[in-house]
Design a protein. Structure first.
Lengths: 272, 393
């Protein structure tokens, strides 16, 4: 994603609770911060025991020091009941899904990715560009085309990643709140069931429009990547980066087809 | 066409490559008449910029003639003699609209490298690694210039190629160093590094009202040029203690403004232990850049003064005296140059005779001499300030 963008994970909130404190708190609890607190306690307790042990002489001191070291290790490595990942991993909503107990919830939890970017343009311009779904292959290079079937329905055909036909799906618009919000979801049989939203809000200080794209897949990111050639996170970031460039400049910056050497030219001459 | 390509650390080769083509509607193709080496190229050649790929064409400071233009180019025409700002802006994003084109959101087609390393990505730069977009550079017969209406500037009548070419990079970089430091009449300014950018920073500091400007280097020819061409007082840091000398020259206050025109490969000839320490840490990857100049500027600058940094840094540094900087109330300004903001003003200075950067071009050579020319430039042999290639002869 271009400058001033970020991505996030977490649960899919209803549109009216997007970004609310409640939804963020829910993510943080789910991410294991409570368990992390217990691990810090174990590390601090272990350190205290270790210091006490080292100050005492004899076997008693040695046992205390050993116990302290063990408790510290339990906390630092996230063993036992204190959580499932080392503390060097920063708390990251969503990342818990790939560890320990949490991974068993994976298939039940939608894969939610959000990207955000600020575009130096009016919300209306951005909205109109996206609202015409036929434009989306310009923003999502993994799409072959999008056929607009009616005012609310469209058919999306993706490029094949490894021979044969690419996956396809039908989408229905849920909400169209002019210049502010667009939500849609897949209907019928598809290998990539998902829903998505595009939220627009004026950026402060005449900086243009803040654009948030959220993709929620009902299948793991790995399956999305296998079928589309890009993870949901990559898809969301790339789409907004391209949207920003298209709207702001009318083109996509590129170094395609530019010249480069192959190290074996007629004029070869090394400095050494 | 012929092009000077990077093939690895200390391995430049002149090669035959395909001609560039128009790709986007706002592109032009420029037939390169002059293309200058730059001190920042040495960071690529010395292997300190990790995202170079064999075959990359280097060079980013150039002048030439437009020979092709895309359908959406409105203000430029075939046959125009132009310089192009080395750092590419799109002209439309918030940063470009506010004169910060080196922070352009859109011109870097490979934003992931910079995002990973820096949190956000800056503009694309010609011939300056894939972290900065991977654009082919100007040491070639032809170059494609994207967003041409924003990045290419017609050279005014009466301004020679030799003067104009440096408005591509060295002049605006030096000028921006002085401009963003907020120099006020009566200020004393110290400039570390008297290469092309440092020379232009010295001249620009005077243009913006500085009372005295002190140039710091160790190469006699560069110190002489700083003295003779742009009127600086000079310090040879291999012979004097820079801190003591600067305090003596400023009544014990320290310079009001300190400008870094050196960057990541600074040496500490006056302090062998510090130099050894920095080189050892850089060699084993514990820091990527050597901050000797930054440390000296922080120590020397007057309380409440300003540090202006245009020397290029790429990664992380060690033993940065933040305590001194904080407790002395220093202001830091820094960045890659925003030449699109300054080009018109700089051409005016050149036309008025306030500024003549042509003396930076100590050597004019054909592109075939590229590898040897860079070796000479790196070793600062033959009093080499800048080699400028003339691909068309």
């Amino acid at each position: 994603m271009a400058s001033n963008s970020l991505t996030g994970d977490g649960r899919w909130p209803r549109p009216d609770t997007f970004g609310s404190g409640l939804s963020r708190i829910g993510d943080r609890l789910g991410s294991g911060e409570v368990a992390t607190g217990g691990r810090w306690l174990a590390m601090m307790g272990g350190t205290a025991l270790g210091v006490m042990g080292l100050r005492r002489s004899g076997w008693g001191g040695a046992m205390l020091a050993l116990g302290g070291a063990g408790l510290f290790a339990v906390g630092a490595l996230g063993l036992g009941s204190f959580g499932g990942r080392p503390l060097r991993t920063a708390p990251n909503p969503g990342s818990w899904r790939s560890h320990g107990l949490a991974s068993r919830r994976r298939s039940l939890t939608p894969e939610r990715k959000q990207a955000v970017v600020t575009i130096a343009s009016e919300p209306g311009t951005v909205f109109r560009f996206w609202r015409n779904f036929a434009n989306l292959p310009k923003l999502m290079p993994q799409l072959e085309r999008v056929d607009v079937l009616s005012a609310t329905e469209s058919r999306w055909i993706a490029k094949a990643v490894s021979g044969g036909e690419g996956p396809s799906w039908r989408c229905v618009l849920d909400r169209v709140d002019e210049d502010r919000l667009l939500t849609w979801h897949t209907v019928g049989e598809t290998a990539l069931p998902h829903r998505a939203s595009l939220m627009l809000s004026p950026a402060p200080g005449d900086r243009g429009t803040e654009v948030r794209l959220t993709l929620v897949y009902r299948v793991p990111a790995g399956e999305v990547a296998a079928l589309l050639g890009v993870t949901p996170e990559g898809q969301a970031e790339e789409a907004l980066r391209r949207l920003k460039q298209r709207v702001e400049t009318g083109e996509l910056s590129t170094i395609e087809r530019q010249p480069r050497g192959d190290g074996s030219g007629t004029f070869r001459e090394a400095t050494e | 066409m012929k092009a000077l390509c990077w093939n690895g650390t200390d391995d430049l080769r002149v090669e035959r490559v395909p001609d560039p083509v128009l790709v986007n509607p706002h592109d032009v193709i420029v037939k390169v008449a002059l293309s200058s080496v730059c001190g920042s190229d040495l960071h690529l050649i010395d292997g300190y910029v990790p995202t170079m790929r064999p075959g990359d064409i280097i060079g980013h400071e150039f002048l030439g003639e437009i020979v092709e233009k895309g359908p959406e180019v409105r203000y430029l025409n075939r046959g125009d003699r132009v310089i192009t700002v080395s750092i590419i802006g799109c002209g439309h994003c918030g940063h470009c609209q506010h004169g910060e084109s080196s922070l352009c959101d859109n011109s870097n087609p490979n934003p992931d490298y910079a995002r990973t390393a820096y949190g956000h990505c800056g503009a694309g730069i010609f011939g300056y690694s894939h972290a900065f977009g991977g654009y082919a550079g100007s040491h070639a017969d032809y170059i494609r210039v994207p967003y041409a209406d924003f990045n290419a500037f017609r050279v005014p009548e009466g301004v020679s190629d030799e003067k104009a070419v440096f408005v591509s990079d060295a002049v605006p970089t030096g000028y921006m160093a002085a401009d963003m430091a907020g120099i006020k009449p009566g200020d004393m300014v110290a400039v570390w590094g008297c290469g092309g950018v440092g020379q232009m920073a010295i001249r620009s500091a005077y243009l913006l009202g500085a009372e005295r400007v002190i140039g710091i280097d160790r190469f006699p020819d560069r110190l002489r040029a700083a003295q003779m061409k742009v009127g600086a007082e000079t310090l040879d840091y291999s012979r004097v203690d820079v801190f003591d000398a600067l305090q003596a020259m400023t009544g014990g206050r320290g310079p009001d403004v300190c400008i870094d025109a050196v960057g990541m490969e600074a040496d500490s000839a006056s302090n062998a232990v510090e130099d050894l320490y920095d080189r050892a840490k850089q060699a084993v990857g514990l820091q990527t850049d050597r901050p000797a100049v930054l440390r000296q500027m922080i120590e020397s600058c007057r309380k409440g003064g300003t540090l202006s940094i245009v020397g290029v840094y790429g990664g992380v540094i060690d033993k940065f005296p933040m305590g001194a900087a904080m407790n002395k109330g220093l202001t830091f300004r820094m960045g890659q140059q925003n030449g699109q903001r300054y080009a018109g003003r700089l051409f005016e200075h050149i036309r008025n005779g306030d500024l003549d950067p042509s003396y930076l071009m100590t050597h004019r050579l054909p592109l075939d001499d590229g590898p040897q020319a860079y070796r000479m430039f790196k070793e600062k042999a033959d009093d080499c300030m800048r080699v400028v290639f003339a691909p068309q002869g």
